[in-house]
Design a protein around this ligand. Sequence first.
Ligand code: PSU
Ligand code: MN
Length: 307
Amino acid sequence: MSQVPELSPAVGDALRAGRPVVALESTIISHGLPRPGNLAAARSFEDLLTGAGVTPATIAVIDGVPRAGLSAAELERIALDDSVIKVSSRDLPLAMAAGRTAGTTVAATSVLAARAGIRVFATGGLGGVHRGHAESLDESADLTVLARTPVTVVSAGVKSILDIPATLERLETLGVAVVGYRTDRFPAFYLTDSGQPLDWRIDSPEQAAAVMAARDQLGQTSALLVANPLPAAAQLDPAVHDQVLAEALKAADEAGVRGKAVTPYLLAHMRQATGGASVAANLAVARGNIALAAQIAAAWSARVSEP
Ligand code: PSU
Ligand code: MN
């Protein structure tokens, strides 16, 4: 049996040499961002890392094979092919056995990154506890998977479409450490500040690496969430955001959207109702997180290779 995930030559070489690698998820490409700009976005995410001297490891399932590091043609399939599905952690073996091609969520990407020995992972915003969860019981598997997956995730908090206080409670219960990057407030994806305070903050990539080292010393096997806010100038107008989100939630409810279709539906509705401003904010979020993840991965490599 071959190794899962299959590493691209560049990712394999970098990991063996102890050079910095950052994992990137692919559901944001396949189901989060609109076509055809999603392909250019996916390439720009990788270029940001390469430009920072970090090896990008975009993770996806290609014809049943989980891969870390995609070829140009594979990235294009994830972005543009209509048959690409969205897979969480539990779906991985099913997609493998069925030979499917899939974008991996934060949950699925984290599992594959950890198996590959990739320590740092960048996304836009995590999934979490949905509004109305008391009835729907809709909570992203991102949370429970991060509870048992040792990876450092850089994210602009969780998506603002969610119930953020409830999500923070769940992260606490699940033992996922949350630390603000140069902030004392939990960010809200499209918005700089969710209004929720954080207990911990760090102000440098080296501090993130120090936390990772301490977690290793303790043998902690949960994730570390580094919450990195969008600069205020790049956020969506909060008043517009709140109104458009209320409409999106109502539309999803009326259309009876359920399960893994909920998040893509809400993001698409936000895009349409903001005339694309939500996509610009989503791209800014992802880029900011990738840039920070690159710095943390570099600080980690430097720390580990110290004599
Ligand atoms: N971040 C983005 N856009 C996205 C996502 C994250 O900027 O589309 C995806 C991630 O893959 C995340 C998923 O894991 O949304 C959450 O989906 P669900 O709520 O169905 O678990
Ligand atoms: Mn869900």
